[in-house]
Design a protein around this ligand. Structure first.
Ligand code: SF4
Length: 74
């Protein structure tokens, strides 16, 4: 089920990057990113746990991940 308050969008190009998927899985404190054999999967059941720490944004090259705050349209 999608998040009610937060959505995370990932560029298709980096979703296939297995090394980055593993890194994101390790750094997200609330386990939103899951590294699978095909690449990155978003665990939608955890989206609303996002603490807006920006660690995933810092770990990913230029704007390939977006954290969307659904509650204020940012
Ligand atoms: S901002 Fe932090 S908590 Fe939210 S998805 Fe990125 S790493 Fe996870």
């Amino acid at each position: 089920m999608p998040g009610e308050f937060i959505d995370v969008r990932v560029d298709d190009e980096i979703a296939k990057d297995k090394a980055l998927a593993k890194k994101l899985e390790e750094i997200c404190p609330v386990s939103i990113f899951v590294a699978e054999t095909q690449g990155l999967r978003i665990d939608e059941s955890n989206l609303d746990e996002c603490v807006l720490c920006d660690l995933c944004l810092e770990a990913t090259p230029g704007g390939k991940i977006e954290i969307i705050r659904l509650y204020d349209n940012q």
